[in-house]
Design a protein around this ligand. Sequence first.
Ligand code: NAP
Length: 252
Amino acid sequence: MKKALITGANKGIGLEVARQLLQKGYYVYLGSRNLKNGEIAVESLKGEGLTNAEAVELDVTSQNSVNSARIEIEKKTDVLDVLINNAGINGVKFDGNTPIMHTATDTSVAVFKEVYEVNVYGVIRTTQAFLDLLKKSSAPRIVMVSSSQGSLALHSDPTFIHYKFKGAVYQSSKSALNMYTIVLAYELRDFPFKVNAVSPGSTKTDFNHHLGAGSVEVAGNRIVKYALIGKDGPTGKFFSEDMQTETGEIPW
Ligand code: NAP
């Protein structure tokens, strides 16, 4: 049975990705920074008959937590087939239903650090910690849950639908994640890895006070597709199914 680890899997898109991978026959470790919340999520999946799941305490901002998760998982398996780096925050406060976007001119470095700690350094920490287990898989897959908001090409194109939705912190964190994805895919090019960044599209979750456009089912499906891609599939690419390009690929 193939094994997958998902960060931030106790709710939102991460939980749905867990559900869909379980339905595909994977054994899923649900990373959750609060173990209790992870266990509640696992119980809800078990209630749906999806029993091959367990919660693992994993706070991506803590090296100790990531190391402990690595030790816990290694006690149970010596191979990991899929890593979904899903945990993410935007650090955005809301005024009613209106997000207060982070300006480039006066947002404090502390806010950048808080968001980068999860969206960038958290991904690096987790990926590096689990890379040796992934290398033992015959077909390792890493999916970075990114955002079209992180595309430098799109955000400098005035015809981009979200051109005016500018925020200095979250958007730049996903741009940094994107470049990490490109370099990681390049370094792993001689292994059977597929490493891709996927934008799930605007989705109703706690992340945006449920003001997103789409469902977690659709978002989860977009991510799972790249966790399951075959040996001839792409690597080092950026996909966003909701941008309606011919192949789903979008510019970095
Ligand atoms: P969500 O419902 O807020 O879920 C975020 C998940 O990340 C939660 O499980 C949360 O755990 C976890 N998390 C936060 N900080 C963490 C940390 N330090 N360590 C481990 N886990 C942590 O948001 P979502 O919409 O599902 O977002 C999932 C991913 O999709 C994010 O990377 C986001 O950037 C991306 N995305 C979302 C949208 C959208 O419209 N929703 C669009 C594009 C991209 P807690 O429950 O403990 O907070």
